[in-house]
Design a protein around this ligand. Structure first.
Ligand SMILES: Cc1cc2nc3c(=O)[nH]c(=O)nc-3n(C[C@H](O)[C@H](O)[C@H](O)COP(=O)(O)O)c2cc1C
Length: 468
């Protein structure tokens, strides 16, 4: 088994992904409004040699029937939430090697604005940035906040296809590698013959212009996707280099991972051209008794009301208004599908009742797997999970921040390292090289975005949608 890719899951807000742990005296997540909170955390993660720090994001907020859900507001769940892009320059300056992945939805800003921002971030991080491309997990509320209609689920992915296509043209096609001259004596900053206008006329977006930033170390940020609906996987198969999937039942996770690799193959790429990280919580202790105690305390801070509120915000489905003894089978939503599909049964498993769904969501949260035990016990569970699922790594979610990570560093990492399952030194300077090995700072030739590379396209070759 190869060493795992280990990332940290955070968002700019109080609480983790299960329960409202901000109330715990040792939890520091309510300091999310302080930039020093983030620089200190990033340095701690880098010292422990975690590969990357991921920031989830959404413009959504928990609402049912036009009213904010009191349980969510009271407990700080799903609201508040800040903009993760703003913190990246600070954490980049405070670290040297840690990678960063930031979520940005394809439904909020025009592609060119987002492309320039990520190009700037790639410069400021010296090639350590990734973009988690989402169509928005809480689409209905985000849309109404932006004053836009909610676009149907699958069409959001059609739009995202077009959005990414345009972004790739800007990143890959605007500047030749040697366009920057930087000759002060002759006053030649850049060679005009090597900076190109791009033209895009897609089904949803059009652009006629240039990326107004010179190429950064990775040019295109590491492309990440999260969302395992059928259409989401098809999107991932074409564009993603890394996919985040929810944890939970290993057999279901294995099916999702196999389907994502198959989607890559259908898009003409190798099955392992996509690395897959599973969202998971590790409650590691010096002994299994200690870890179990932490688990019990965590669950005591997780209420059914807040769990249902988070579920409603994510899926648009209000479990609290439904018959607790009936399953969800026929439920339809135009919001995020992954968290609904988790609970529809199938493949020989009966669909759980609404009561069971609320309880499962209360104890496993939005992304699924909870591993509890001593370092040795969790390492055993992790080996088994990876063997069944074929995952490439994990996104480690917090119960307490930073306590959960400190426990992982102290109790679990040494055991994973002893088994060759975690690295003790950083590989590669850029984030893409961290994931795909030294020498792979740019999009690979097998990625369709490579065809937009400046200086490589022949006239007429890129005529679909009008490229240059
Ligand atoms: C580990 C992990 C992290 C995620 N982070 C985000 C996020 O930050 N923002 C977001 O809108 N969706 C995020 N998602 C995806 C949502 O859960 C949701 O599935 C998706 O946005 C809707 O796509 P779908 O309909 O294909 O599921 C994440 C998923 C996983 C497994």
């Amino acid at each position: 088994m190869d060493p795992l890719i280990l990332g940290i899951f955070q968002y700019i807000g109080p609480n983790g992904t299960i329960g409202s742990a901000w109330q715990h005296p040792d939890d520091e997540s309510a300091n999310f409004t302080s930039v020093k909170h983030w620089t200190r955390l990033a340095q701690r993660f880098e010292q422990a040699k975690f590969d990357l720090l991921f920031f989830a994001d959404s413009y959504g907020f928990p609402v049912i029937d036009d009213e904010l859900i009191p349980a969510a507001v009271r407990e700080g769940r799903g609201i508040p939430q800040g903009d993760p892009v703003a913190v990246i320059a600070a954490v980049a300056a405070a670290t040297e090697r840690l990678g960063f992945i930031v979520t940005a939805s394809t439904t909020v800003e025009p592609p060119a604005a987002n492309a320039r921002r990520f190009s700037t971030l790639d410069h400021f991080t010296d090639g350590r940035i990734g973009w988690n491309i989402v169509t928005g997990s809480s689409g209905a509320t985000a849309a109404r906040l932006m004053g836009k209609p909610l676009i149907a689920h699958d069409e959001r992915y059609d739009m995202a296809d077009d959005y990414v296509e345009l972004s790739l043209k800007l990143w890959e096609g605007s500047w030749d590698d040697d366009a920057l001259v930087l000759d002060k004596e002759r006053n030649v900053y850049a060679d005009p013959a090597k900076v190109h206008m791009i033209h895009h006329e897609g089904p949803y977006f059009r652009a006629d212009g240039v990326l107004t930033m010179p190429p950064s170390r990775q040019r295109t940020p590491l492309l990440v996707q999260a969302g395992t609906s059928g259409r989401g996987m098809q999107f991932a198969g074409k564009h993603a280099e890394v996919v985040f999937v929810a944890g939970g039942d290993p057999e279901r996770v294995a099916r999702n991972i196999a389907a994502i690799r198959q989607a890559a193959v259908e898009a003409g790429r190798a099955p392992d051209s996509i690395k897959i990280l599973v969202g998971a919580l590790f409650l590691a202790g010096a002994t299994s008794g200690d870890a179990r105690l932490t688990h019990e305390r965590m669950l005591a801070m997780s209420t059914s009301e807040a769990a249902a509120a988070i579920f409603a915000g994510n899926t648009g489905v209000d479990l609290m208004s439904m018959d607790p003894d009936k399953p969800l089978t026929e439920q339809h939503t135009e919001q995020g599908l992954s968290n609904l599909q988790r609970y529809l049964g199938g493949n020989g498993t009966p669909a759980p009742t609404v009561r069971e769904i609320i309880e499962d969501f209360r104890v496993t949260g939005i992304n699924g797997s909870v591993f509890v035990g001593s370092g040795v016990e969790i390492a055993d569970q992790v080996e088994e999970f990876v063997r069944i699922t074929d995952a490439d790594g994990f996104l480690i979610q917090p119960h307490l921040t930073p306590g959960t990570y400190d426990d992982v560093i102290e109790h679990l990492l040494p055991e994973l390292r002893a088994r060759g399952l975690a690295r003790d030194e950083y590989v590669g300077d850029t984030l893409r090289e961290r994931i795909f090995g030294v020498g792979n700072a740019h999009l690979p030739e097998s990625h369709h975005g490579a065809k937009y590379r400046a200086g490589t396209a022949r006239p007429g070759e890129l005529s679909v949608g009008g490229t240059r």
